[in-house]
Design a protein around this ligand. Structure first.
Ligand code: GDP
Length: 231
């Protein structure tokens, strides 16, 4: 079977249609506006009411999630980067958009897959995150971050399975693309595409990013703007 899905956006993709250009501008405007930290949730009882659209970021510890959120919002310390992976066991809530206007929840899920994490930490993570994924009717899409150097790992497939079961749509975002060459990147995109094909709740388009170089951020912002607009 021939797949006609849009190829993964790579760093050299410069051909955007007028419609895509429009979403890129809307994405730029959305992220140029306010983005405020609301709260860190350690227990599902503290989670905000699901009264507006929500998107979330997930990924292994050290995948570059904090760096990406900070790069998207143009703030250096909005999401806390950490050199002690596995430390943050909080679901961090941000409000993207004006407090008194249209806004969405942007959620930073705690990183997973830290090899040295104690069993209790893993248990807590599983309870918190799988509970979260099952219980958010307003959760429109999870952006699943994957290190472009490594491609999807077994732990990434575990969360993909959780998302499939919870019927939550998710989209792969490759991170740290500046660290590898074009050929390696193509290999990683293909491997990611292969993995996603096995997972029913996955979105076929893959976004390639580098927080360090700023590449791919416009495409990701555009995707979020389209979701925020109800598409
Ligand atoms: P998190 O644990 O997923 O939040 O990961 P961080 O955002 O803290 O990033 C982990 C490490 O990767 C840090 O040393 C970052 O400086 C580095 N990093 C993150 N994004 C990029 C990127 O796009 N390019 C490069 N070269 N390094 C990155």
């Amino acid at each position: 079977m021939v797949h006609h899905e849009t190829p993964g956006r790579d760093l050299t993709d410069e051909t955007a249609s007028p419609e895509e250009e429009d979403w890129i501008e809307r994405g730029r405007l959305l992220f140029a506006g306010p983005c405020d930290f609301l709260r860190g949730v350690v227990s599902l009882t503290d989670i905000p009411d699901p009264d507006r659209l929500e998107i979330a970021f997930a990924g292994r510890s050290n995948v570059g999630k904090s760096s990406l959120i900070n790069a998207l919002t143009g703030r250096k310390t909005l999401a806390r980067t950490s050199n002690t992976p596995g430390r943050t066991q909080e679901i961090n809530y941000f409000r993207l958009g004006p407090a008194d206007g249209d806004n969405i929840f942007m959620v930073d899920l705690p990183g997973y897959g830290f090899a040295q994490a104690p069993k209790d930490t893993v248990k807590r993570w599983t309870r918190l995150v799988t509970g979260y994924l099952k219980g958010r009717p307003n959760l429109r899409r999870v952006f699943l971050l994957i290190d472009a150097r490594h491609g999807p790992k077994a732990v990434d497939e575990e969360i993909m399975r959780d998302l499939d079961i919870a019927a939550v749509s998710y989209q792969a975002v490759l991170t740290k693309a500046d660290k590898i060459g074009q050929a390696e990147l193509e290999t990683c995109i293909e491997a990611t595409r292969e993995t996603l094909r096995k997972h029913p709740a996955s979105h076929p388009e893959i976004v390639t990013t580098s927080s360090a170089k700023g590449t791919g951020l416009d495409v990701l912002k555009a995707a979020i703007a389209a979701l925020a607009a109800g598409l």
